[in-house]
Design a binder for this molecule. Structure first.
Ligand code: VGL
Ligand code: ZN
Length: 219
């Protein structure tokens, strides 16, 4: 029997990068990425009053694009000034239709949209800090001033933007819950037959992040 989780006034759902660019047919497709849209809409209709959303929002030629580095291919890692960076296909380019929040998402309860990854030389998986780990996006201040204490994270991709956001949120003192059936991951191979999804899940569980399913929630 999964424990029931009830939603209160200091709880908020986060919609991480629910953009067509990360769905089948998009530039950086996550398998099953389109399925999060209806899962999230159901959660918005049934359980949550407050929501925030994030949007990956890169300028053309962004440093995280393999195409910006001569001789490099997507999914290779390189060293940038701030450390290791996985290179991606061009994606989430500012102002393109596939970088919009998915048009079927019910946005009425989304109170703030945080855009990230707009500095040409720095990627930002986390919705709190850019990958150089120094510059903040401002979301922490917004959540704190609004009094939110527990974040329920959904969206794409579990092992990158959702996972890095969850980790930063724990470090910033929030209770963090990942709603598994409202997320999908990329799953790049790491060591010993493991993937970035396995590693992310283990890291987050170790930090105290709770994984639940939509059905565990009571409004
Ligand atoms: C993401 C890779 C590159 C994500 C964004 O939303 O998880 N992943 N940019
Ligand atoms: Zn990106």
């Amino acid at each position: 029997m999964p424990a029931e989780v009830s939603i209160g006034p200091t709880d908020i759902i986060g919609l991480v990068d629910v953009q067509p660019t990360f769905m089948p047919g998009g530039e950086l497709p996550v398998a099953g990425g389109e399925t999060v849209v209806s899962a999230i809409n159901r959660l918005l209709a049934r359980a949550f009053v407050h929501a925030f959303a994030t949007q990956d929002w890169h300028p053309p030629g962004h440093a995280s694009f393999a195409s910006a580095h001569a001789g490099k291919s997507p999914y290779e890692a390189i060293e940038l000034a701030y450390g290791s960076q996985i290179l991606w296909p061009d994606h989430a380019v500012q102002g393109t239709p596939s970088a919009a929040i998915h048009p079927a998402i019910e946005l009425a309860r989304v109170e703030v949209i945080i855009r990230k990854g707009f500095h040409p030389g720095i990627d930002s998986y986390s919705t709190f800090f850019e990958n150089a780990r120094t510059t903040a996006t401002g979301l922490d201040g917004w959540l704190r001033q609004r009094g939110f204490r527990r974040l329920f994270l959904t969206g794409l991709a579990t092992d990158f933007c959702v996972g890095w956001s969850a980790e930063d949120a724990v470090r910033l003192g929030y209770d963090v819950v990942v709603i598994e059936d409202a997320c999908r991951g990329i799953g790049l191979p790491t060591a010993d037959g493991r993937t970035t999804l396995d590693d992310t899940r283990a890291r987050l569980v170790g930090l105290g992040v709770r994984f639940i399913r939509s059905d565990d929630l009571v409004a």
